[in-house]
Write a protein that binds this ligand. Structure first.
Ligand code: ZN
Length: 382
């Protein structure tokens, strides 16, 4: 470790908790509770249904409306199968970079927020800072809605939310929505020499995937220019499995993936269109054999997001960034905005390093994140 002080020291503590989304995050939550309790700050846990995970929130400063929420997630993606040159759960400094799972996505921002709590307490805050640390963000942002609900029930309404996902401290004003799906085609097994009497789930699924790719191309051609990259909805199948032998029509094929939509397009529209196409194909397959079924199930549906001007203005004032930045990755911003809270995305580190082996945040970015929180504290003194 190059330094044992400031946000780096806090980041080292947070990285040491292996809070992969499949595992409990309660050790980290207990650490945050104890740390804030030591500073005299009360916290509220928002457990999940299993009791194995929890979100946590706290208010620092006066019990009045108009505060600012610093939002982040406690979970990280797995390291399984990745070639790490350092221990992913031990913060390792090297060449101005701090390596470790979650350093940029997004324990760096949590560290900046936590480390600044003594300064928040010493400041003459006219409006509070809220810390809102969620669970299960990486598996579809499912921890945010109950956390937001509990926070809104607990106190006066905040005036803005800053979701500290890695943006290199740029003000992110838009995010694509998404629909995550899992499809299962059930066909009918026959010897492949008699395939006209069977229904191959593999070949039917391939046809459907091709139709979905065609929908993407059509939509792309019809989309007006905008700031997103790519500037259109995307349809992606990332996993597929099916069949038992080269000479048997497959009885089953399962595939999954996601559609990412422009924020002004409802992901539900895509879902309905794809489900209608699946129903047409199911009917055609049933004419060959009545056992055929084709089902899409929703893994998650996340609204897109266009920043509220109130939150955007605040983040621009704090960063000085007046650029146009929009992103295609998922964040909890849409959930906060859907709850009526003006929201913007702005945090340290680069999304290019998120989820990667040897994930890192640069020492400079971490310092910028810490300076951002300090400027927010000064802002809330007035
Ligand atoms: Zn993240």
């Amino acid at each position: 470790m190059p330094s044992a002080r400031g946000p780096e020291a806090m980041l080292a503590r947070l990285v040491a908790f292996p809070t992969v989304s499949t595992e409990s995050n309660l050790d980290l939550v207990a650490f945050v509770e104890a740390h804030l309790a030591g500073l005299g700050v009360a916290t509220t846990r928002v457990p999940d249904a299993t009791g194995e995970k929890a979100g946590i929130f706290a208010r620092v400063g006066p019990d009045v409306p108009g505060g600012v929420v610093l939002s982040g997630h406690t979970d990280v993606v797995p390291v399984t199968g990745q070639a790490w040159s350092t221990d992913p759960f031990e913060l390792t400094g090297r060449d101005g970079r701090l390596h470790g799972r979650g350093t940029c996505d997004m324990k760096g921002f949590l560290a900046c927020a936590l480390e600044a709590v003594p300064e928040m307490l010493a400041a003459d805050l006219k409006r509070p800072v809220w810390l809102a640390f969620s669970r299960d963000e990486e598996i579809g942002c499912i921890g945010a809605p109950p956390l937001i609900e509990a926070m809104l029930a607990a106190g006066p309404r905040p005036g803005a939310v800053i979701v500290g996902e890695p943006s290199e401290m740029r003000v992110v004003t838009g995010q694509k929505g998404s629909w995550g799906f899992r499809a299962r085609f059930t066909g009918h097994e026959v010897h492949s020499s008699l395939m006209h009497t069977g229904v191959s789930a593999v070949m039917e699924s391939a046809g459907m995937i091709d139709a979905m790719a065609a929908m993407m191309r059509e939509s792309a051609a019809a989309t007006d220019p905008n700031h997103f990259e790519p500037p259109h909805a995307t349809v992606h199948v990332g996993l597929i499995s099916g069949g038992t032998a080269n000479n048997i029509t497959a009885r089953e094929c399962i595939f999954s993936g996601e559609v990412r939509t422009l924020p002004w397009d409802d992901p539900a529209t895509w879902r309905e269109r794809i489900e209608a196409e699946a129903a047409r194909r199911e009917a055609a397959a049933r004419a060959v054999h009545p056992a055929a079924t084709f089902r899409f199930e929703t893994r998650m549906e996340l609204p897109g997001f266009i920043a509220d001007p109130a939150a955007e203005t605040l983040a621009r004032a704090l960063t000085g960034d007046n650029g146009q930045t929009v992103v295609s990755y998922q964040t909890e911003a849409g959930h906060f905005q859907a709850a009526g809270l003006p929201t913007v995305i702005c945090g340290p580190g680069s999304i290019a390093q998120a989820h990667q082996p040897d994930e890192f945040i640069s020492v400079d970015q971490l310092a910028e994140g810490a300076a951002f929180v300090r400027r927010l504290i000064r802002h809330l003194e007035h």
